[in-house]
Ligand binder design. Structure first.
Ligand code: ZN
Length: 637
């Protein structure tokens, strides 16, 4: 294990300065996070792994150390949030509305219908969702799940559905699965096409390789941690396409407010007029959220986001009694619910408008990020603080949404890549020794931001220089100890860890599950394969038309290989002439092939894949699909 430095005097002073500005007298969030607790899950939540092994999906003991005052190595505001997110159990929100919180990154809500449950957001994994369901069954009685609603397209809101309801009930229509318009496309493109890089970056954002502790992971800001276990993507059986569409779900009147292009590309809020309760999905939680999540995803639209909250206020302000979300705790009473909605509405508009005002005055992302702070009214609201998103990276994201990567400066058009520029910087800085000695002075003066920035060049120029790596690691560590944002802390600490221990040597393949592939349309599957196609190999294939015939569904997908790219379409009349090959297999076999549960050559051999025409071309095409690996280097070339 690496040594972890204690907080430096500069860090202690920075955390003290912050602590003196925080609104400590407002303790209402602690009351909210504990209100209505019925029962708690005892012990860890286990999962079964291949080979009869048993793993741990979730363990509340992991965060039992978060007690008392903040240690010097944790930002005091983040420590407070870490305590709040550590509250766990089955809670009554109001009569007929229950939540299970603190056993997964997300919160699952159970709304009583006449004879059963509408379950909103069935968590990330089967295991954590099953534990939540068991808690509900034990303390509220066993009732049928008549509907599941996914509020949005992120895996922590749909991946655990099989822990709540079995596939058979969904297939038979006894349980409908409701999602907002565009859900499937967004779920697939966010979590499959970008899966490998997003997964690696997510391990940083969520501190997934860090130990728990006051020198390690304490909180994600939004919730405690990511659970381990099995996740699936089961397609919705009822898609909400009309804003404010109403449905009666087994006697429960439910109104759906569509909120596309907010926290997720496909998102919706649920209003229960008889209960006077609003589920605001993930658009208004107990933290500032991300306009751009650091794991990577399409940049979000802060303007649509603030508008969706304003629309909710306009429509429900007169009737709302309780506001709940899919992370964090509820807000009771019309006054508090509205204050919460208004503050978060103001928060996203503030970041959007201030960033764009400055951009229109000629300021660039680094300048904008350094000059916008929360207004006092929002600073006084703990839940507006940057525990998850930060003002800094959110206002950069606003700029990105409108202007992209290019800051408008000619020198940014064509910069050298990191290693090339690092070598030149180090030389211009007078060589590695001079650079290091200056960087050490900056470190001693507490200018960790600068040390982190310049030492990037040192490490990329000399990745084997352990002193350089250690100096950058030490700077990251102090920045982590000062960070109010859980993800910033985890990212800095993961950087320090990988600088000291090296990029993890595990290079296992990253693939979606066969079930996830099964939830995709055929064209989405081929778009995913096209991303995996190694263009430099495929340019040698020449120009070809292929047909892929899915024997069980009857779909015929026309494929075209052209200039090293792969195109797919489903034509009204399948092409018959000019085909280099036709491939026949079932859709489920295709799913298994894509995720390498079965090999292509083996499938051809045993006949589950049949090829008319050039077997050689099809085999070469299949072999040219890149296998993405986990743990590519980040802090070193
Ligand atoms: Zn979520």
């Amino acid at each position: 294990m690496t040594e972890r430095a204690s907080a430096s005097p500069h860090t202690v002073a920075a955390n003290d300065r912050l602590a003196n500005r925080l609104p400590w007298s407002d303790e209402s969030d602690f009351e909210r996070a504990r209100k209505g607790m019925i029962a708690q899950h005892a012990g860890p939540i286990l999962n079964e792994r291949p080979g009869g092994l048993v793993g741990v999906s979730w363990d509340t003991d992991n965060f039992a150390f978060i007690q008392g005052d903040a240690p010097p190595s944790v930002n005091p505001s983040l420590w407070r949030q870490a305590k709040l997110n550590a509250e766990h159990g089955l809670f009554e929100v109001r009569d007929g509305v229950y939540q299970v919180r603190g056993y997964d990154t997300a919160v699952v809500s159970f709304i009583a219908t006449s004879s059963g449950w509408l379950v909103i957001d069935p968590l990330t994994t089967t295991e954590t969702a099953r534990a939540a369901k068991t808690l509900v069954d034990t303390h509220l009685g066993v009732r049928d799940v008549v509907a599941v609603a996914y509020t949005h397209s992120h895996i922590d809101h749909y991946g655990g559905i099989l822990g709540i309801v079995d596939q058979e009930r969904i297939d038979s229509g006894k349980c409908i699965v409701i999602a907002p318009d565009g859900f499937l496309h967004a779920a697939v493109s966010e979590n499959v096409v970008a899966q490998a890089a997003m997964g690696r970056r997510a391990t940083w954002q969520y501190g997934m390789t860090l130990p728990w502790g006051e020198h390690g992971h304490v909180d994600q800001g939004l919730s405690k941690a990511v659970p381990f276990g099995s996740s699936v993507l089961i397609a919705p059986t009822h898609v909400i396409t009309q804003n404010f569409e109403r449905m009666v779900i087994d006697g429960l009147v439910t109104e759906f407010q569509l909120a596309p292009d907010t926290e997720a590309p496909a998102e919706m809020h649920l209003w229960f007029p008889e209960l006077r309760a609003l589920c605001i999905a993930e658009n208004c939680t107990a933290t500032m959220h991300n306009v751009l999540t650091l794991r990577g995803a399409l940049v979000r639209d802060a303007l649509t986001w603030t508008r969706s909250l304003d629309d909710a206020i306009a429509r429900y302000a007169d009737e709302i009694d309780v506001l709940f979300a899919s992370h964090g705790w509820p807000f009771w009473g019309r006054g508090d619910a509205l204050t919460h909605l208004r503050n978060h509405r103001d928060l996203y508009r503030w970041m959007h408008d201030e960033a764009m005002r400055l951009a229109n005055m000629g300021h660039t992302p680094d300048e904008i990020a350094d000059s916008i702070e929360l207004p006092p009214g929002l600073w006084a609201d703990w839940t507006c603080h940057g525990y998850y998103g930060t003002v800094s990276h959110n206002v950069r994201a606003v700029y990105q949404r409108y202007f992209g990567f290019y800051d408008g400066h000619p020198a940014s058009l064509n910069p050298y890549p990191p290693v090339e520029s690092a070598r030149r910087y180090v030389e211009f800085m007078g060589g590695i020794d001079t650079l290091m000695s200056n960087a050490r002075k900056a470190f001693d003066a507490g200018d960790y931001r600068w040390v982190a920035q310049v030492m990037r060049h040192a490490v990329f120029a000399e990745p084997n220089n352990t002193a350089a790596r250690e100096l950058q690691a030490s700077a990251f560590e102090q920045l982590a100890y000062q960070a109010e944002s859980g993800p910033w802390r985890d990212i800095y600490l993961t950087g320090a860890k990988e600088l000291r221990e090296g990029t993890p040597p595990m290079d296992y393949p990253v693939r979606p599950s066969a079930a996830s592939i099964g939830g995709m349309t055929p064209l989405q599957v081929f778009d995913y394969l096209a991303v995996r196609l190694d263009g430099s190999t495929a340019i040698n294939f020449g120009h070809h038309h292929l047909a892929w015939h899915l024997t069980d569904t009857g779909d015929v997908i026309d494929l075209e290989i052209s200039n090293g790219t792969l195109h797919s379409r489903i034509p009204s009349t399948p092409r018959t002439g000019g085909l280099s090959a036709t491939i026949h297999c079932s859709r489920s076999d295709l799913n298994r092939l894509v995720v390498a549960e079965v090999s292509f050559a083996g499938s051809v051999e045993n006949g589950s894949v049949r090829i008319d025409g050039s077997t050689e071309l099809v085999t070469s095409l299949w072999n040219a699909f890149t296998t993405f690996k986990m743990f590519f280097p980040i802090i070193e070339p």
